[in-house]
Write a protein that binds this ligand. Structure first.
Ligand code: GLY
Ligand code: MN
Length: 461
């Protein structure tokens, strides 16, 4: 008895640390079931594992949709949802959801780690009907026999490419059940994933807090002469030390000319005195990711030109924040930022003409090359409707101005502006009355950044 209790504690501990409970995944399945028509079947599959080279696989991460519905982190798992139920002889009744997982296998587990197995999935994840994955096709066939629609995710594939596993399954199902229509479950899942539950918000808060701790450490420790990958290593060390299981996306640490490459990946460039560095990254926690960008001057103080550009981006971000509230159109924060960026660039003489002319021609877009908002969640560019903002939605607010050598040349700018890339990105939660800034613990204003950079850091040498 005691041993069983201890075992249960060990098994439950990781889930509790991540603050998400089986009831959340159960609720997600129940909601999807409510959206499915009576005679439809939804089949969702775990991500495949991809070979990297030789005997080495890429790090495995579960499909976000599959995780959202099941909480299962393992490969080779499947879920069948059927609103009218599937008869399960072993249980003596019909059930609306069946999970399939890899069988327990002591030899495989010795190499790859402990598997849930059907019993583990029942006990830890709150499923009633769980079978080993060799039973999947038998149950899928039973479910499809009475169905008119099959909801299944597929990836785009060219006509002459070999069929992947999902397309092959659909082909075989359509041959046997020609009246079954194939539909995409994402049109139901994406609006669901847009609005976060309390448990999801707790995980995102944690991921964002960890990311901000990393930014603070780098502000304290960064020094001219370091290479970009040294800052990357500091950040990723802090993330891991604080419980982040992986990165939400590859870290962007771009110095000097690289500050103007939007999705540059940290490289081995030496960071020279006087340069700015765009640092854009996100720790993942409990499968949910942050996305926070700070731009810092390696010497600890912005030059006059860097400060002028930085302040425009900062003001553009402030203007965007003011637009965030339930009911606001998705584009409103971006449009507010675009206006402030246009006004700022006109004031510096970088753009010419009137504000309205420049907004109409979108001249600012040569400097501010991307949208300033996206959802965050299980994916860094999370899914959603792009409709009016609603409480429980998390979005980034990330205006930027990038003056590469080519852009400076085209606009005849002084060389003091060359290689100034500035992006400031924060994560906000839409609340019933407005918004909450979740990444405020990483300094954002020029004064705050310069003050923190004057402190000594734990990675300084
Ligand atoms: N953080 C990278 C991006 O939002 O595209
Ligand atoms: Mn972003």
């Amino acid at each position: 008895m005691k041993r069983a209790f201890f075992h249960a504690l060990l098994v439950f501990l990781p889930l509790q640390l991540f603050a998400q409970t089986p009831s959340e995944w159960q609720a997600h399945r129940a909601e999807l079931l409510r959206h499915l028509s009576e005679k439809s079947v939804a089949i969702l599959k775990a991500n495949p594992e991809y070979l990297r080279n030789g005997d080495v696989e890429y790090d495995y991460r579960q499909s976000s949709n599959f995780y959202y519905l099941t909480g299962v982190p393992e490969k080779e798992s499947m879920l069948i949802l059927a609103p009218s139920g599937i008869n399960v002889r072993e249980l003596g009744r019909r059930v609306k959801e069946i999970l399939f997982v890899m069988p327990r296998n002591p030899m495989a587990e010795t190499w790859e780690g402990i598997r849930l197995g059907p019993q583990g999935a029942k006990e830890q994840l709150g499923f009633e009907a769980v079978f080993t994955n060799d039973r999947f096709e038998e149950f899928a066939e039973r479910a499809l026999a009475n169905a008119d629609t099959i909801y299944m995710e597929t990836e785009r594939a060219s006509m002459n490419a070999p069929l992947n596993e999902s397309l092959d399954f659909i082909k075989r199902a359509r041959e046997r059940f020609p009246n079954v229509v194939v539909a995409d479950p994402r049109k139901m899942l994406h609006p669901m994933r847009e609005i976060k539950s309390a448990g999801e918000i707790a995980l995102l808060r944690k991921a964002i807090t960890i990311t901000c701790v990393g930014h603070r450490e780098v502000m304290r420790s960064a020094q001219a002469g370091m290479r970009e990958y040294e800052l990357q290593a500091m950040l990723e060390y802090v993330f891991t030390q604080n419980g982040s299981e992986r990165l939400g996306f590859p870290s962007i640490v771009g110095s000097g000319p690289n500050s103007c490459i939007l999705h540059y990946r940290a490289g081995n460039r030496v960071i020279n005195r006087g340069e700015v560095i765009v640092i854009d990254l996100g720790a993942e926690y409990g499968m949910y990711t942050a996305d926070v960008t700070r731009t810092i001057p390696i010497s600890g103080k912005f030059t006059k030109e860097q400060a002028a550009i930085y302040q425009i981006v900062y003001d553009a971000q402030e203007a965007a924040f003011q637009k965030i509230k339930p009911g606001a159109a998705y584009r409103e924060p971006h449009e507010a930022s675009a206006r402030v960026v246009t006004e700022g660039l006109l004031k510096l003489g970088i753009l010419k003409g009137t504000v309205e002319e420049n907004l109409k021609s979108r001249a600012y877009a040569e400097f501010f090359l991307h949208g300033s908002n996206h959802y965050i969640g299980l994916d860094v560019h999370d899914v959603g409707t792009y409709g009016p903002l609603k409480p429980g939605v998390l979005i980034t607010v990330e205006p930027g101005i990038y003056i590469s050598e080519a852009t400076a040349q085209k606009h005849g700018l002084d060389k003091k502006y060359v290689n100034i890339g500035v992006r400031i990105e924060d994560d906000v939660l839409v609340t019933p009355t407005g918004y909450e800034l979740l990444s405020g613990s990483a300094p954002r204003s020029i004064a705050e950044i310069e003050a923190l950079m004057a402190e000594t850091g734990k990675f300084e040498n």
